[in-house]
Structure formats: C-alpha cells, structure tokens
Design a protein around this ligand. Structure first.
Ligand code: ACO
Length: 434
C-alpha cells in the first residue's frame, strides 16, 4: 500500500527566495534535513564547524541517544553485549549486521586466529623506530606500512580483498600493539599463540617473556575483553569520520585506518585515557581535588577535567558505568582496592557531579575515566592506553569503512568553507613592499 502521508520538508528563506528541503527519517533518532541541493539551488553553503548539527552519512551500525545515555550496536544495548557477549562476537555483529550462529562464530574466530601473525619483514621494519618512540607513533607507522606488506588486499573494488583486509586488520592489531609495547621497553617480541583467546593472546604478547612461563588470569582476560568490547565502535566520532573521509577518495584500507589512529591520538579523543590517568596522579590526594575542580571551571585556565564530558552523551556514558564495575572487579582481584588513584577518581567523580558547573553543563565521566585505572592495575604503562583503544576501535573503523564502500551514494568528502581572508589583490615586487 502506498503511504499517502505528505513527505516532511523544511523551508529555507534567503532574501525573498524560498527553498524547500526534504526531511529524511531514520529508524530512530532525530530527522535530518537533506540539504544536498541547497548550494545548487541557492548558492549558499551551510556552516557547522565541529559538525554539531550535521549528519555526514547514512549508517546502520551504531546508534547513540546522548540524552538518554543509550548506545546500541546493530540494535543491541552495550550493557548486554558487555555482560553477555565477547569482543570477537561483537566484531562479527558490527561487521556483518547480525549475531553469528555457533558455527559462524567458530569460523570467524578461526579466520581471525589464523591471521594474527605479521609478515616477518614487519619485525625488521619495527626495529627501525627510535627506541623511545611512543607506542602510538609506532602503531600508526606500522598500520600505514601494512599497505607495503599486504599488496594483495589493497584493491577496494574487490569484495574478497576487502574481506581479507578486514580480517587481517582485526587479527593483527593486537600483535602490532604488543610489538609497539615490547619495543618501547626493550624486550623481545612475543609471537601470537593460537591456543589463546583474543584478549588472552594480547595479554600474553604484552607480558610474557622467553625466560619464564606466564599464565594469563582468566579474570584479567575477561576484563581486557570487556575494555575491547566497550570501545569497539561509537558511530561517527572524530577518528571514524577521519577513516570515512580518507576512504572517500578510494584510499586503501590500511592507509584509512592509519588516518583513524592519527586522529584518535589527540587528548580530546582517544588520548584522553592517558591524559586522565596522568591528571589523577597529579592530583594525588583527595584534599587537592577542589583546587583542580576550581581550575577546570576557570575560563582563563585551559585545564579541563580529563575523562569528563562528551560531545554526544549529555546524561551519562553507558560505557563508563560498565567500566566502573570492571574497575572494582579487577582491583579486587589484584588486591589493590585501596589504589590511591582509584580513590582520587571516585572522590573526584563525586565532587564534580555535585558541582553546579558540571551538572549544568551536563558533564559526566566518560568511558576513559575508569579504563586507565584498570589498565594501570593490569600492568600497562599510560603510553599503552591509547594504542589499546586503537586496537579495540579497529573493528568499528573497518565496519564503517566497509559500509561506506557499499553505499551507492558514495562521493569524495569535500567540505566547503566560510572564507574570511583577503579578496583578490595584485602581487607587489619585494622592493616595493613597505
Ligand atoms: N572540564 C571542564 N569543562 C569542560 C569539560 C571538562 N572536561 N568538557 C567540557 N567543558 C565545558 C567547556 O569549557 C564548555 O564550557 P562553556 O559552555 O562555558 O564554553 C562546555 O563544557 C561545553 O564543552 P565543549 O568543549 O564545547 O563540548 P564539546 O562537545 O565540543 O567537547 C569534549 C567534548 C572534547 C569531549 C570535552 O568535553 C573535553 O575536552 N573533555 C575532556 C577530554 C576527554 O575526556 N575526552 C574523551 C572524550 S570520550 C572519547 O573520545 C572516547
């Protein structure tokens, strides 16, 4: 039956001319005004630095309702996925759209496991980095370099190559992150082990040494897996949008993910977990919290409470709630519940949430507020926090990349600008310049 309801439209009036724009509705969430023809018809651009009101693509992977604190992957709430599922199953869900059957999951896990080793020459490549390089810098370089080592999966027009590149990236990222870590501390690289699960294998590659046995604690492997799961995808955030923009030109998948890693590194995004733990350490004791809260509220001081605030969540970050529970579990297991950093974190959260500045601006702890505490308790240095975030987010980037490539309306991303520079003027010879 045909829908007889009149399609919704929005009207833009410029001087005495009126332009009608279609309004599109998704399956849930705010409607969008389709302005694709606005410039052609009116000669005007829209202006939205920071994309606060702009939907840049159509997607069916992840949905966020920031006011209600809701995060869904393919419709499934993150709390259920973090509680009942595990990272590789969530990877399958993000990549292919549905939860796998038992045999599908087994096959997927097998495919990922069989791709965890790196081309041996990549080990030589890694040894070329400076000894004191940040693991994030090494990771960025290594992922970019994958296009030099895996030529057979760079043709984005070939569905088989796209699939292999996706699996390779998910499988090899823990190996790359662990190598970046081992290199930075001067220990030998540890090869992946197929008898271990995804998270346990990563912990083994980070913490085992040839000189002695290392047994992965299943509770720590579970906590690691949960950190991966909670960071797996987050809709059109800065790094994902970077991946999409890079990919819109037809760049190969490894180059696109390297671009995403570069963007994630910033302290306003994935770098916040490192910055947050450094801040908690700098605060040191609960009596200094008011001083730091005062600085965060001072408009003349650039200091911000790291791990607080989010562009989209204006109620609570559902990932932070799960992460906080995980922090309690891990610290109890390790017998460090009285960890001073955790005590400062809990007290800071309490005081900030009672403060009208943070309440009025709807600034709540985000996922990074507690993840650093868990990672530190597990033995990771702060420099590894963002590489672990990058490893976890790889599946999100890859899923969004695949989705974009199969979108028939794909165009190269090309934002325009509000130009405020000089208008046309004539060149002046150097001797005539005043
Ligand atoms: N501490 C103190 N004040 C803050 C903070 C903070 N952490 N975050 C935002 N504010 C204030 C701003 O100064 C601004 O105040 P104003 O309205 O008086 O000018 C107001 O709250 C709104 O902040 P914006 O920066 O405009 O919000 P935006 O959506 O652009 O930024 C961001 C979001 C970048 C996450 C910001 O909250 C921030 O810098 N937080 C700290 C860094 C951090 O934890 N990042 C991790 C993000 S989560 C992730 O990437 C997984």
């Amino acid at each position: 039956m045909l829908d007889s309801a009149k399609p919704k439209t929005a009207t833009v009036t410029i001087d005495d001319q009126t332009f009608e724009m279609p309004i599109l509705s998704g399956s849930t969430g705010p409607d969008v005004i389709d302005i694709r023809k606005l410039y052609g018809q009116s000669g005007a651009f829209t202006y939205d630095p920071g994309f606060t009101s702009t939907a840049a693509c159509e997607s069916s992977i992840t949905y966020i309702d920031g006011d209600e604190g809701v995060l869904l992957h393919r419709g499934y709430p993150i709390e259920q996925l973090a509680g009942k599922s595990h990272y590789l199953e969530v990877c399958y869900l993000l990549l292919y759209g549905e939860l796998p059957s038992g045999p599908e999951l087994e096959d997927f896990e097998e495919r990922v496991t069989m791709h965890t080793m790196l081309h041996e020459q990549m080990y030589n490549f890694t040894r070329g980095f400076r000894r004191d390089a940040h693991p994030m810098a090494i990771m960025n370089g290594m992922v970019g370099a994958m296009s030099a080592f895996y030529h057979d999966s760079t043709d984005i027009t070939d569905p088989w190559q796209r699939e292999v590149a996706s699996i390779r990236m998910i499988a090899k990222m823990p190996t790359i992150a662990a190598m970046a870590y081992k290199y930075s501390i001067g220990q030998p690289f540890v090869y992946p082990r197929n008898d271990l699960g995804y998270a346990a294998n990563f912990l083994n590659m980070c913490f085992s040494v040839p000189a002695q046995d290392y047994v992965v604690d299943p509770i720590l492997a579970r906590a690691m897996d949960r950190i991966f799961t909670l960071h797996a995808d987050h809709e059109q955030n800065a790094s994902t949008s970077t991946v999409r923009l890079a990919s819109s030109s037809g760049a190969n998948p490894f180059a696109c993910i390297a671009a995403g890693i570069a963007c994630l590194w910033g302290p306003a995004h994935g770098g916040a977990n490192q910055a947050c733990l450094e801040m908690l350490r700098e605060i040191g004791t609960a009596d200094r919290i008011p001083e730091f809260i005062g600085r965060a509220k001072d408009k003349d001081d650039p200091f911000r409470l790291m791990g607080f605030g989010h562009r989209v969540y204006k109620n609570h970050d559902p990932r932070a709630t799960v992460m906080k529970e995980s922090a309690d579990e891990v610290l109890e297991l390790l017998g460090v519940e009285d960890n001073p950093t955790l005590q400062v974190a809990k007290e800071l959260e309490r005081q900030a949430l009672e403060d009208p500045y943070f309440r009025d601006k709807k600034l709540f702890p985000n996922v990074d507020f507690y993840s650093g505490i868990i990672l530190e308790a597990m033995g990771f240095p702060t420099s590894m926090f963002t590489p672990i975030f990058a490893l976890s987010r790889t599946v999100g980037w890859i899923s969004q990349w695949k989705e974009q490539l199969s979108d028939p309306s794909l165009k190269i991303g090309r934002p325009r600008q509000l130009y405020t520079g000089e208008t046309k003027r004539d060149y002046v010879e150097v001797e005539d310049r005043g």
